[in-house]
Write a protein that binds this ligand. Sequence first.
Ligand code: HEM
Length: 484
Amino acid sequence: METTSGVWVAFFLGGLPILGCLMWLWNEIWYALPLKFRYSGTGTRLPPGHMGIPFFGEMITFLWYFKVLRRPDELINSKRRKYGDGVGMYRTHLFGSPSIIACFPAINKFVFWSDDVFIHEWPNVDLVGQTSLGAVHGEAHTRLRSFVSNALNRPDALRRITAALQPGMVAALQSWAQKGRVKMYDEAKKVTFENIGKLFVSFEPGPLLDTMDKLFNGLVQGIRAQPSNFPGTAFRRAIQCRKKLEAIFRVQLEKKKNQSGAEKSNDLMDGLMQIEDDEGKKLSDQEVLDNIVSLVIAGYQSTSLSSMWALYFLAKFPNVLEKLREENMAIKRDKKGDFLTSEDVSKMKYTNKVVEETLRMANVSATVFRLATKEVEFEGYKIPKGWKVIIWLRYLHTNPENFDDPMCFNPDRWNKPARSGTYQVFGGGSRICAGNMLARLQIALFLHHLSVGYKWELLNPDADMNYLPYPIPADGVEVKISEI
Ligand code: HEM
């Protein structure tokens, strides 16, 4: 009996602390130590930081700040306090890979603009589409990018989009006011998906679009899931959703090939089918389908969340709403019809500042990922080959060194442009968001129709914030809304 308790005492006093130390140091020894030896005497070094514990790395720390404390920016602040600022790079192990966090403008710009070293990788790329814009590299990317940008951002496309979006938005706002109380996140998703259906493939609201909405939700949940193709897994379900969606879009594509004269539509799929490159070559059917699917993935959640946040911030900052309403009422008075043109939107100076401020504070894309295909040096620090670089966009926008009083919703800060590299809501370099004009336009149109016709209040103004998988108040922004 005495011997057994002696073993336990020895374990707790000696074995447990040794095991703890080993766990704490294991990843450092495994990943960082060999590199430290290699770089010693070269005048360069690994960025400071800690690689976390075996298997999990620093995921527990990440979840601690994002999920438990709900103070996501403290993750980077804690690293700055512990390891100093350096050039805004910290080594870590997150999302299953040894990684470098990049959180200052200069290093972020370096990564964004070094396409030959840092490549963009989608997890589970088959779900997004092997030939989609986000998945291809080099020349294939440049070629495809011009197709997609042309289809989305040409002035005539923006003019058509402006006209197409508004009836759905106005109808949605009226229905919210009739209900009196709505959960904004759900409603924003619904109206965004209906608009996407219309813009991308000329689908009107109805049972088919509802089915597609469900299929897209299933698809998105598989993108960052463990890629195990077993019954019951999120990945398996996502593959099935992807197949069904592709079948729906393929029917539409075949129909379009046979359309003529007055039947012809003029949506994004038509744009992608018609545009030719310099050599007169068009996209293949598979490229059109992959890109339609990936554009819905890229634009759906991000735009719904941004519209939801715009309404949220305006409820919290009534002085901003007052100025916004003033500008939009003046525009409405001068207009003959109810709907704006894209030229009207470009004249809405204050509204456009509200759009930028919403995007800065919403931080819908908190981070973007790159893979280092070569070892590379930045100002004396090495980024090892095969490591991920996590560009921490969110921290750029919430760091008081980049924006005065960053948690204050102040559109007037946009009276002058942000310092170079401090505002990257749409990423940067050759992969800057291809839909950024469309996203800005949608939010501006929403702000116009909302501010001229409605008043609203948050039902839970002190609701907790969730930051994963994206930032959203825990109640999904429940509001009481009515016509003015
Ligand atoms: C507020 C809304 C949006 C935000 C915050 C946003 C943010 C971003 C960010 C940060 C990236 C860069 C990803 C990276 O570097 O890894 C990106 C890329 C992209 N976005 Fe958006 N996005 C939004 C809306 C849209 C919309 C509406 C579309 C199109 C319908 C779209 C299409 C794309 C595409 C195709 C790419 C990949 C570009 C490439 O790889 O060349 N996005 N977006």
